[in-house]
Design a protein around this ligand. Structure first.
Ligand code: PLP
Ligand code: COI
Length: 386
């Protein structure tokens, strides 16, 4: 806390940050209890950062203050027309005692793209990164250590104007909150079973699928309930037009590991015989930052990486002929999660022996090692907080 107060308090050159530390932070004993078993998205730190945008004024009133509930007028635009966007990124305790955030610049850029799609003002990328730094810095005692624990950061922005007309609002609030987190799935890294949704779609061409906006998630909930009723953990979305190409999972992107030696009955060979396929970014799915990092890591391992169309039929056929050896999902919250089985109205597909595969496991360990600073950061992904 003293750190942040000692530093120049500006989000950008023309956006001063007022810092007003919480007078009643959670006591150290209770905080230690929470950090020992944080779960996901249930506990929040002592502070939050807010910035306001008003038409004709721009960004102003940046405040780092106590975490506190909001009071909203019942006609607040977001409550009616869902003009809202969010981000998700994580801060980690590094092995050398330092503290870092994974790729905040990439989240800042995506926050701008989401804002543009929702007709909202873009928060300058340097202000986004400075806000993340300020919040993590003041709440550094809340960053849990070890395993897949981290401080999950949730920047979001919504229309605060009290007005029932349908048009882009004239006022917005952008907030940064933080939540200590452990594994996203309660069962840890056990393979999940997914439901291929043929009745509902997440995103249509020209829609908001590539933006991180609440409506996409609201529209997914009924399909998620249907998946649960089928004994599945998550929904996999198919393309809205033909319902044949695989797009993404609930809050994660997908990768398929295809061993082409098995198709041709060959042995030996090199890593380039193994293709890692991830659905191409058609505009209907989210450009995941974990997806992007894994493409880079997989190429370094000399696997053949394709961003291409992959259909349910190919998934089924390759699982049957044994060339599909692994399927996994990836995202900030869930890191890398193996997929053991897929179910649909057309039956069940089991991937290999249904257990986490070696490439899934190795990529997961490598990503976590980079995030925790146990291996060198060759890509400039680790953003240290002083
Ligand atoms: N797809 C969706 C729909 C998501 O909500 C997320 C989570 O952020 C992802 C993919 C993965 O993106 P990232 O790796 O940037 O967290
Ligand atoms: C994330 O991984 O950050 C997400 O946003 C996924 C989910 C919690 C919505």
């Amino acid at each position: 806390m003293t750190d942040i107060l000692a530093r120049p308090t500006q989000l950008t050159a023309d956006l001063p940050l007022q810092v007003s530390p919480s007078a009643s932070p959670v006591d150290a004993v209770r905080r230690a209890e929470i950090l020992a078993d944080p779960g996901f998205g249930q506990h929040f730190t002592d502070h939050m950062l807010s910035v306001t945008w008003t038409r004709g004024v721009g960004w102003h009133n940046a405040l780092l203050g106590p975490f506190t509930p909001l009071q909203l007028h019942p006609s607040t635009a977001v409550l009616h027309y869902s003009q809202t966007i969010f981000e998700g990124l994580k801060a980690f305790n590094l092995d050398d005692g330092g503290l870092a955030v994974f790729r905040p610049d990439a989240n800042a850029a995506r926050f701008q793209r989401s804002a543009a799609r929702l007709a909202m003002p873009g928060l300058p990328e340097d202000a986004f990164v400075a806000a993340v730094e300020a919040l993590v810095s003041i709440d550094r005692a809340w960053v849990p250590s070890g395993g897949d624990r981290s401080l999950y950061l949730r920047p979001f922005m919504f229309a605060t104007e009290a007005y029932l007309g349908v048009r882009p609002a004239h006022e917005y609030l952008c907030l940064f909150i933080a939540s200590p987190s452990g594994a996203y799935f309660p069962r840890g890294v056990k393979p999940v079973t997914v439901w291929l949704s043929e009745d509902f779609v997440r995103a249509t061409p020209g829609g908001t699928g590539a933006a991180k906006t609440g409506g996409n998630y609201a529209a997914s909930l009924l399909a998620q309930e249907q998946a649960a009723a089928q004994g599945c953990d998550q929904v996999v979305w198919l393309d809205a037009v033909e319902r044949s190409a695989v797009e993404e999972m609930g809050g994660m992107n997908l990768f398929f590991v295809i061993d082409h030696r098995r198709t041709h009955g060959r042995r030996g060979g090199d890593p380039s015989d193994i293709e890692l396929v991830t659905p191409e970014l058609t505009g209907t799915l989210l450009a995941g930052i974990t997806r992007d990092a894994l493409i880079t890591l997989a190429r370094e391992h000399e696997y053949a990486v394709s961003e291409r169309r992959i259909t349910v039929a190919e998934w089924r056929d390759r699982a049957a002929d044994g060339s599909l050896t692994e399927v996994f999902a990836c995202g900030t919250a869930a890191v890398i999660t193996p997929i053991g089985k897929a179910r649909s109205n057309g039956g069940e597909i089991t991937i290999a022996d249904g257990e986490p595969g070696p490439i899934t496991t190795a990529l997961r360990e490598e990503l976590l090692a980079i995030q925790h600073g146990t291996v060198a950061d060759r890509h400039g992904w680790i953003h240290r907080i002083g």
